[in-house]
Write a new protein. Structure first.
Length: 294
């Protein structure tokens, strides 16, 4: 029975500018986003004679029914390319849920990529990206496998200038998530209700253009206006980020809709001391991992 094990990375948003609401109800964005060397592992297997598709996961609480994006990815792929076998998916989950790290979207894109390989690559990468966009706004970026700029609701990807890509590659990070999550729909709803937190598209584009003209990893214009919604309710997030800046002079930001945040590490930074500050603020049960940009 053919099977394939594939890495399913987390992502961080170095820049996330939500610029307004579209006519279709989705939000328009401009985002500099990067996959990292930390993530889940997915094994996809084609099983002749198996009725239905099956998802198992080693992490308690992860849904394994049709609501999981990984199984929805199987259905979407079948609609583009029919194959007779059932699909068995084993998800080894490491990316925390409700974190703003794109775990579910990454899993879906990984399943699409694996199925395409297992069935003889009937779809081009462009077709896979288009298909992934029907599953979620973050899905296309995981098929790019490198830092990109996302536009639209996330379905339009642009490569960085080579020097900008080189500046980000290998950037060391600490990613951390408190015991609580932030529900993405709620965060977008708060932005829409407020109305004043959006950033004009031209300002977001100018921010990225200026950085790409003279790229430096220590000068990436860290920005996330979804922080405004999260910080209004979850006061621990701005508290820990401000304390990290004061004590350790680090650059840090919330990723995506939260609740995960990240610290950009420079040569000589004391990782143990930074981690201790994070745990002091958020408790010993905080999720914390050191990783780097792909």
């Amino acid at each position: 029975m053919p099977e394939l094990t594939i890495f399913s990375p987390a992502k961080i948003n170095l820049v996330l500018a939500i610029t307004g609401v579209r006519e279709d109800g989705f939000h328009e964005l401009v985002s500099l986003v990067a996959p990292v060397n930390f993530g889940d592992e997915i094994t996809v297997e084609l099983v002749p004679g198996q009725e239905g598709d099956v998802l198992t996961c080693d992490f308690p609480g992860v849904p394994t029914d049709g609501s999981n994006l990984a199984l929805r990815a199987v259905t979407a792929f079948r609609q583009k390319h029919h194959f007779a076998e059932g699909v068995r998916i084993q998800l080894d989950k490491r990316i925390p849920a409700g974190a703003g790290l794109g775990g579910g979207s990454s899993n879906a894109s990984a399943v699409l990529a694996a199925l395409n390989q297992l069935t003889g690559e009937p779809l081009t990468n462009a077709e896979l990206i288009e298909l992934s966009a029907t599953l979620g706004s973050d899905c296309p970026l995981f098929l790019a496998k490198k830092p990109v700029i996302m536009r639209g609701r996330g379905e339009h990807l642009s490569d960085l200038e080579p020097a900008a890509n080189d500046a980000l590659k290998g950037q060391r990070l600490i990613i951390f998530k408190p015991s609580f999550g932030v529900e993405t729909g709620w965060a977008y709803g708060r932005m829409k209700a407020n109305g004043s937190w959006y950033l004009p598209t031209e300002k977001a584009e100018d921010m990225l253009s200026q950085w790409q003209a003279s790229p430096n990893s220590s000068k990436v214009p860290l920005f996330n206006n979804m922080q405004d919604a999260a910080f209004e309710k979850y006061l621990a997030l701005p508290t820990v980020l401000e304390l990290l800046r004061e004590r350790h002079a680090v650059r840090c930001l919330m990723s995506g809709s939260g609740s995960s945040c990240f610290v950009c590490l420079e040569e000589g930074d004391d990782v143990a001391s930074i981690t201790a500050t994070i745990r002091e603020c958020l408790g010993e049960d905080v999720f914390c991992v050191e990783t780097s940009i792909v």
